[in-house]
Design a protein around this ligand. Sequence first.
Ligand SMILES: Nc1ncnc2c1ncn2[C@@H]1O[C@H](COP(=O)(O)OP(=O)(O)OP(=O)(O)O)[C@@H](O)[C@H]1O
Ligand SMILES: [Zn+2]
Length: 708
Amino acid sequence: MPSAKNLGRGPSVVHEANGRIRLRGRLFADPALDHAYVEAMIMALPGVIEARLNAGAACLVARHDGRPGVREAILAALGDLPDEAFLPGRRRKREGLDKAAALGLLALGAKRLPRPLGGLLSWLAAAPVIAGGLETLINRGLKVEVLDAAAVSALLLRGDYRAAGAIVALLALGRHLEQTSEEKSSALLKSLLAVGDEDVSVERDGAEIRQPAAKLAIGDIVVCGPGDKIVVDGQVTWGQAELNQSSITGEARPVAVEVGDRVISGATVQDGKIKIRAQQVGRHTAMARVGSFIETAVRHQSEPEKRSARLADRLTPVSLGLAGGLLLLTGDTRRAVSVLTVDFGCALKLAAPLAVKTAMYNAGRRGVLIKGARALEALSRVDAVVFDKTGTITHGDLEVTDVVPLDGMSAEELLALAAGAEEHYSHPVGRAVVRAARRRGLPQPALSQVDFIVAHGVSAYVADQRVLVGSLHFLAEDEGVDCSTAEGLCASLRDQGKSILYVGHENHLEGVIALRDRLRPEAGAVLAGLRAAGVEELVVLTGDHRQTAQALARDLPQLDAVRWELRPEDKAAIVAELQARGRVVAFVGDGVNDAPALVTADVGVCMPAGAELARDAAQVVLLQDDLWGLLSARQLAARFQATVGQSFFAAIGLNCAIMLAAAAGRLSPLGAALLHNLSTIGILGHAAAANLRPAETGPRALPQERVS
Ligand SMILES: Nc1ncnc2c1ncn2[C@@H]1O[C@H](COP(=O)(O)OP(=O)(O)OP(=O)(O)O)[C@@H](O)[C@H]1O
Ligand SMILES: [Zn+2]
């Protein structure tokens, strides 16, 4: 519902170029407008990079990535600001409703009061409902609120104060339920956004100083000790610590981090001390972005919600017509009013949003962020799940197992050379090599002109000599390095499930490095669970070599297919192929070289270590570093979809029955109103309770089938 303050003040576009849009509107100068909120809300829209509001100039400037629809989404969001975007908030309206409820309840006892007093009370209690109905009628036409107002007025005019009071009270109760559920979920989400009101320790010129978190900049070194909350996304540059991430993942078990690990905002240091180099601060941190995304999703009606609301509105004239017809035919006001008290609106309009919020909240508590109703809906229809291999089906923290020089270098020299080339890139393979070299304390050669070739490897120069590190395809086919001498050796290493990195030096093969990745222990059980939950096709895609991929397939008999030696765009093409065959596809990846597939899929699911880009592209973000969340999400989504359908049919069926009984004169207005509201509360209760129940299977319910 557009807030009254917002009416007729939609901003207009004054300038637009290269993904930058400048809007002006009186709205932006409103002193009651909450700037931080509006900026966060706009930035939470997918595709928006930045939003800045300037009240003095009554302007808002937003930068976006030019994706189709982003511009429209910005305009739509600004054209329909929620009440929370204004500082005084909703409180006043809420108190008004509570008063109405109290008066309505008082009026229930009206029969025992002297008649004029009872009448006065009832009219007073009903006044907000009638006024609201009139306002709706004038501004938005024949909507459910009009029906409520008509029923209450008719009852009052008939002198049926008790029924009128009861209906007012029931209406207020319904709205109260709606608001508490909304406020609770909003409060939870806002707590995720609350960064900036505390002091943090920062390292400046070798000394530690305290400063407000709001003043942090990217690149700052933040020092965190026991009890400190981490307010940035970044990388640990010093120290070790145990983190409590329960506020992010719902998991109480502490997580150990050390130099090189990535940490995200929201965790608390339980033990130890670390220094973190900030990569994202303030509103750009992972939690804040995801939190504000959810907040927007919650505030803006989703498709099923809109559909229900539209249907409810369309049924309003039907009710009104039926009541009018009855009145004309039978002259029986009591019957006509009984019919009016039944409106389809309540349950139809409230059940879907309630189901969305409770399902999202439930998933969030279990460490899964589902970004809104669309994602829930798509996830419930998914019948094919495609996984990336490295970092998704496997842990992605590979271990260097063999370093084999083939042309005179020592193993140390070979490893140091490869590590030097990989130093600045965060591909899992590269990270493993760098870690192994560091652990052995190897000196790093001076490299220049380092080039990173996506899904291939790295090329660099050491003292004018070219060094290549990467896949067999990269060295042999693209760069013409003869790798045949290593064939037999590599085949046997791959057969053990190891991945091979080829190191070339001045056009000959200098040696190979073998790395082992660990299958996630829960992978088999999660695949089996997904199949049990109705997923018909399970596929793994990898950029790795055929043999390594086949070794993985042997370990995971639950898979339907494994495809190898794929480039990022091949992965997207395979997802599209499945879609062309009629599959609804979820792609699960870690964000390294798989963004195209993530965006192509009907539902993109991202692992917690996922690159920032992937987190934006994904509709589902797993915050816990395992695959259980995926299974929970699927189960919660299926249940969400089921309850939305059930609520829909229950609302129509029950209300039709009540309306027929009322039309037949079998129900008094009060009886009809009570039954109608009881059924609504029942339907809403079911929608909320069903979506709050834990997912059926999970790490606790299902035994882990395999430990690698
Ligand atoms: N930075 C790098 N250094 C060395 N080799 C690399 C690098 N990046 C990619 N490669 C090589 O290219 C291959 C394909 O890379 P890609 O990133 O597409 O797949 P991956 O992440 O290893 O596996 P998956 O596709 O299962 O996630 C890798 O198996 C590796 O051999
Ligand atoms: Zn190539």
